[in-house]
Design a protein around this ligand. Structure first.
Ligand SMILES: [Ca+2]
Ligand SMILES: [Ca+2]
Length: 479
């Protein structure tokens, strides 16, 4: 019986492979957004956010993958993991200062655009897809130019209205220094004109490709949108959409950190950026306003891009997949930023449109990981599996969005930090001291109540713990 099934499967592959020539394969538009959390209308992360274009994308066939999680919660390792198809604990790419090309277990892997190129696609890119690393004397740095047949630098810039830094005037805490003190900044740009800004220019470039260009092969186009990554400098009109006095802050409880130990087994403390905001005038509403303003700017750029595709010759034969490299905290757990294994860092927007397949106005509740995008895209485009991939294709879920799909999924952070999530519970462990957390999202969606010491949850904990990686690659060389 097994032999017969295998034989039929092989036969089907041959038949499909024979019938689909390279030229008939769908194009792929792969859109990476930097630091966008679930504050998108259709993802329900914030009641005030205005994202009409992302919401319209869902109305027009962009399937919302409502429970999508990242392989890591910081830019470099998340992107390296997504693009190589292997988790950080398998490659040793744990931080922003490790280039996957210096990692013994990652440097020879074919990244997604390389794999598509090898299988008959033309790959092209503009904007941030790979994390940037120093590259000898090249002032542009290593932005992943090597991974594409055609790579263009992102252009466009509009500076803030003030030469003072930070523009928001938020002082450093005593002893605070470096990027995190000056980079946490917001304010309006000169000219109130979004068309000068990099992400807008990137979107327009792509629209020009769709409008003017005849590709002789299917394309794999990767576009990187850089906001809402800091700094939060966007035109005043986006701030004006969110009057300060009307801002609703994320819901928190006073002593949320009281039942958590950090990875060194010490009582968890508020994040230094949160302390700055709190100490100097409790300016949380301004920070939330600025993040919302940046999201709506991004949404405008996405609107230009998707409207351009929809009115082009490529509208009906292009798969669109849109994702963010990790989430962001805005006060939850007394934190601003990413790099945690809590829900606000791990859950991200992910949307997929397969023309003729994904229905309008649809959400799938299946638990997926962005590391699954690699095998999913190969599956959807009829390309051979890459045996190096550690994710699993969710193409079946895309074709049947209501099916059961809740296998536990993994997020790594740093060496030895892991989170296992199964759609109901999340379990966090740090190997340094064995510190653990456990949350029940059904009863406690904000992860306020750590259940790890509650004996009633011992079985749940043991089940999730069984998915934690038992082996970890040592940290690969830094830049
Ligand atoms: Ca990022
Ligand atoms: Ca708590």
């Amino acid at each position: 019986m097994e032999i017969k099934k295998t034989y039929i499967a092989i036969l089907l592959c041959i038949v499909i492979g024979a019938n689909v020539s390279t030229a008939d394969r769908p194009n792929v538009l792969f859109i990476a957004i930097d630091d966008l959390n679930d504050w998108v209308g259709v993802f329900d992360g914030n009641p005030q956010v205005k994202t009409p274009n992302l919401d319209k994308f869902n109305e027009q066939g962009g399937l919302v993958m409502y429970d999508a999680h990242v392989p890591s919660t910081v830019c470099g390792p998340s992107r390296s993991s997504i693009l190589t198809g292997k988790f950080p604990h398998s490659t040793g790419v744990y931080g922003n200062r490790t280039n996957l090309r210096n990692a013994p277990k990652a440097k020879d892997l074919l990244t997604i655009p390389q794999y598509f190129s090898k299988h008959g696609y033309h790959s092209l890119s503009q904007g941030k897809i790979f994390h940037v690393h120093p590259a000898g004397g090249d002032p542009r740095g290593d932005q992943g130019q090597w991974a594409f047949d055609e790579w263009l630098p992102a252009k466009g810039w509009a500076g803030p209205i003030s030469k003072e830094r930070p523009v928001n005037g938020l002082p450093n805490l005593p002893g605070d220094k470096g990027y995190h003190s000056t980079g946490f900044d917001w304010g309006p740009t000169v000219g109130n004109d979004e068309t000068k800004m990099k992400d807008y220019v990137t979107a327009q470039w792509a629209v020009g490709q769709f409008r003017d260009r005849q590709f002789d092969k299917p394309f794999f186009m990767a576009l990187g949108i850089s906001k809402p990554h800091l700094t939060w400098w966007v035109p005043q009109k986006y701030f004006d959409m969110y009057p300060l006095e009307e801002i609703i802050l994320p819901e928190t409880i006073p002593d949320d950190l009281g039942d958590i130990l950090d990875k060194w087994d010490k009582p968890a403390k508020p994040h230094s950026t949160w302390q700055r905001v709190e100490t100097y005038g409790a300016r949380h509403k301004e920070a939330v306003q600025a993040y919302l303003a940046n999201i709506t700017f991004v949404d405008d750029c996405i609107g230009v891009l998707l409207d351009g595709l929809a009115t082009s010759q490529y509208a009906e034969n292009t798969i669109v997949i849109l994702w963010s490299d990790h989430g962001w905290h805005l006060g939850e757990k007394q934190k601003y930023g990413k790099t945690q294994l809590w829900q606000e860092s791990c859950r991200v927007p992910l949307m997929v449109k397969v023309p003729g397949v994904t229905p309008n106005n649809k959400k799938s509740m299946g638990v997926v990981n962005l590391i699954d995008m690699y095998p999913t895209l190969l599956d959807l485009c009829g390309l051979p599996e890459n045996p190096e991939n550690e994710g699993r294709s969710f193409a079946d879920l895309i074709r049947n969005p209501d099916m059961d799909w809740n296998d536990p999924t993994l997020t790594d952070y740093g060496y030895g930090g892991h989170r296992i999530y199964d759609g109901r519970y999340s379990y966090i462990v740090f190997s340094s001291k064995g510190t653990e957390e456990l949350y029940d999202h059904q009863a406690d969606p904000m992860e306020w109540h750590n259940l790890v010491s509650n004996p009633e949850y011992a079985e749940v904990k043991a089940r999730l713990k069984s998915y934690v990686p038992s082996e970890r690659e040592p940290e690969s060389p830094q830049n």
